[in-house]
Design a binder for this molecule. Sequence first.
Ligand code: UDP
Length: 514
Amino acid sequence: QTPIINDANNSTTTTPPHVVLVPLFAQGHIIPMLDMARLLANRGVHVTFITTPVNASRIKPIIARVHESNLPIHFMELPFPCAEAGLPLGCENFDLLPSREPFLNFFDAIRLLAHPLEQRLRDLVPRPTCMINDMWNPWTANVARSLNIRRLVFHGPSCAYIYCSYVFQLHKIYETVTDEFEEITVPGLTGDNDDDDVGESFKVSKAHSSGWSNLPGFEKIRDEVLHAAETADGVVMNTFDDVELMFVEAYKKVVGKDVWTVGPLCLYGKDDDLSARIERGNKAIVDQEKLFGWLDSMEDNSVLYVSFGTLTRMKVGQTLEIGSGLEASGVPFIWVIKDVEKSPAVEEWLEGFEKRMSLRSFVIKGWAPQAAILSHKAVGGFVSHCGWNSTLEAVSNGVPMITWPQFADQFLNERLVVKFLRMGIAIGVKKPMFYFGKNEISVSSADVERAVRGLMGDGEEAQERRIRAREIKGKAIKGMEEGGSSYENITMLVEYIKYDPCKGTQGAKSLMNL
Ligand code: UDP
């Protein structure tokens, strides 16, 4: 733990701005919040980052680097109440859930952190001036209230998804829908209307916009999340104006409070050395020298990267179809198969597959150093489930995508990539699959082969996609550089965090008053 923020009995004399970050314990939520922690600390804000023993052990190298570099980040480990919530011991992250059944128990366990968190924060010196909580941690509202500190909500998904699901809930539109796939006009969007996918003509179905909130049993959490977002003092989003301006503008109007778009957060640390980038989020399972040596030997833009994030679980049949499609495409590839997707049938099949593909592939069984792979010049395409972090990582590195959404915000992210940014090919799935979904094959090997050839080939459309991807990469980088929209928003966020209502110190009470 860093010595910079001490407990009360060990008090310091200075009172720097101090923010508490409370992520949801899922890699896709922890990783961007860690980037945000480093970014804010780098701009002079003291950060307390809430974690648990298992989650902290995954990011041990990052914690060590933070300490080495003297960044003022304090990692506060709270024991995770597995037993009390009926979870297996050590099940401290969504990706460790053994089945669908204890899904809601996980939310119960997180809620139980309210009391210990409040106690530990009460003792901190300097006292926190602000809290930023993941949207799925609505219980933090009471903690912030009882500590009398301001609270901002952090939205990890795209603004397109946050906006559409929010206005549909606000206008009670979901309640009247009988056909989940009926396309409904999204209120409040404006655009030039030259295209049938923008502005007042933008339509989306309940199935593609409602995410987890509509799953049975989620009603209570959904209402809590909505309420905690409404009572928050402001909103922080991991996105940037050039990627989805229409939604950002509409969202700002409808929430009527400060909204800071500060992304893509993955670009923070893009110049770190390779070993630091490899440690992002978890310990990578591969032989780093072998993998990056192989990538170095490949032609620019020739390798396809295939990964479906941390929660999607491909079943045996679907896994084999993906492999056959990749084999038939003739394209060199890196394919990530998670531990939970391994089974005797998959292992047996992979034996022959890996032998046949040994010269043109790398199969990573476990955690892959994704951000580092995507930033390599040999990588020219990404088959992705369109998780928002993966999408932003593709965008930030100018890598065109084959989009294969599964659930949550992923269908709307696909829309952004394919229709708005025009840097992707949709594989063609329409039906959301919850991550413990059925053993269905939704995409055949022929579809995989067709999409891969289309993306990685030399046709006119493929070239245009590459150009578009490079353009949007330039905009993402510019946004995070001094003078860029996200950079300036981070400056204003820091000003906001600096303001201490108890002391009336410098800083901005609200952007709205600036
Ligand atoms: N990730 C990684 N290695 C893996 C799998 C995932 O580094 O083997 C990272 C990926 O780069 C991204 C995050 O985990 O930053 C996944 O977030 P995303 O929003 O894309 O998807 P989710 O897992 O939440 O569905």
